[in-house]
Design a protein around this ligand. Structure first.
Ligand code: PEP
Length: 253
């Protein structure tokens, strides 16, 4: 069976609690008739509760954008997997902004991935090469390395999602082409997961992320090896995100 088609909204450091609630309600109400894809909203931490309440009883799921790897303790300013577990089902880990700006290296991402699994959270593990790595012909190797290290020591990948987000395509308006994405996703990522985890790899949804919008999403979703999208900028407008969900459902239906 094909992995579940999935669209994830990453609101990044945008929306107040009030704005997040309104956006979640808009997406909830608009989604009513769309059946098919799993829809996951990832607001800032402080809006998790409000967004969870807003989508309660709907098909929409909620995720966090990050977390720390320890369950509790003297880690001022951090949020633990145990705390998140009461609020949401998913957590984005290893987003390139975390890697670039906040020091989330592969080893820390690995600790976080393991902690997510231990606490029953579904990790959305983000991988992707920089422009420099792509230009040097090392895109595949970079992504394979991120996957290998990020998933080191993980035995059971049930619940895992992987997002391929080439760094040069995030927030730049310069999306990868479906062919470039498919080369890495169907080749490097699926190949690495198969080699590491065998049959279980076939159930992992692979999401493309990087300047996804209603105009380009169908091209990505048409690729057999792409099961959905991780959406930043366009997920801040309910109508755009809903259109992305609809087009993904149609392509994958
Ligand atoms: C993201 O936040 O993961 C992302 C892909 O952003 P954008 O869609 O804005 O490029």
């Amino acid at each position: 069976m094909m992995p579940v088609p999935t669209v994830v909204a990453n609101w990044k450091m945008n929306t107040t609690i009030h704005e997040a609630t309104r956006l979640a309600v808009g997406i909830r109400d608009g989604l009513g008739s769309v059946s098919g894809p799993e829809v996951i909203l990832c607001p800032p931490f402080i809006s998790l509760q409000a967004v969870r309440d807003a989508v309660l009883g709907s098909q929409i799921k909620v995720g966090a954008q990050n977390m720390y790897s320890e369950a509790s303790g003297a880690f001022t300013g951090e949020v633990s997997p145990a705390m998140l577990r009461e609020l949401c089902d998913y957590v984005i880990l290893g987003h390139s902004e975390r890697r670039q700006l906040f020091g989330d290296n592969d080893d820390l991402v690995n600790l976080k991935v393991k902690a997510a699994f231990e606490h029953g959270l579904r990790p959305i593990l983000c991988v992707g090469e920089s422009l420099e790595q792509r230009d040097a012909g090392r895109a595949g190797a970079a992504v394979a390395q991120q996957l290998r290290t990020g998933l080191a020591g993980v035995v059971d990948i049930t619940g895992l999602l992987v997002a391929y987000e080439p760094v040069w395509a995030i927030g730049t308006g310069r999306a990868a082409t479906p062919e470039i994405a498919a080369e890495i996703m169907g080749g490097t990522i699926q190949g690495s997961l198969n080699a590491l985890f065998g049959d279980a790899a076939a159930q992992v949804p692979l999401l493309y992320g990087g300047s996804v919008n209603p105009d380009n999403v169908a091209g990505f979703a048409a690729q057999e090896c792409i099961h959905g999208a991780l959406v930043g900028g366009a997920s801040l407008q309910a109508d755009q995100f809903l259109e992305i969900a609809r087009l993904t459902a149609r392509a994958k239906g």
